[in-house]
Design a protein around this ligand. Sequence first.
Ligand SMILES: [Zn+2]
Length: 243
Amino acid sequence: MSTPTGSTPPDPRRNLLLGALPEDEYRRLQPALEPVEVDVRQQLYERGKPIEHLWFPVDAVLSLLATVEGEAAVEVATVGYEGMGGLPAFLGTAESPHDTFGQIAGTAVRLPTGELRRFLSGDGALHDVLHRYTLATMIQLSQNVACNRLHTTEERCARWLLQTRDRVGADEFSLTQEFLAQMLGVRRGTVSLTAGVLQQAGVIRYTRGRITVLDADALHEAACDCYGIVQSEYRRVAAAPEV
Ligand SMILES: [Zn+2]
């Protein structure tokens, strides 16, 4: 973990789940929230080990990996400012089903799992927000299955880059070839070719693991519809339900 110097940490309520809480409820939760800088490859959860904290990324991105005996790890989901790491703890499981690492360095706030139970026992909004988030996560996961089967590597690469840009809140970010390969479920050589196509078209620049989005509109055009579908699901989580 590292502590940034000379910069103001981003507002924790950039996280859509925390941002969706009414002001008074957020103020009650706030003393239990600890701001932490997440580093790339920092392990936050280990498969089969207790979930000690819930992590709410502010501008960091987390990567959830599934491992198959004797095979390379495969990324099953990423979590950014729209969500939370440690969802299984909300659903009543004490142990993490996945290994989880920092994918993009940045700020997150964490809440001890025991504190979550205390806050959920009231009749506040947190419970409803996390229910809606659970549904949005299921939709994201099922959309990813369809995306992996039906959409080209170029379309999926553009989708992930757009999503990462949203999460980081900047046109430029570091994303290693290794992580991009895990996100797309392809070999690193394929990542180079795919990013090369987008680079040749003037849509992105990709050098030494640093990505710059040069033309966001063109990146939108290159991405599959899954980007918009998943984005609107997460917007729904943040919005108060219609009465
Ligand atoms: Zn897709």
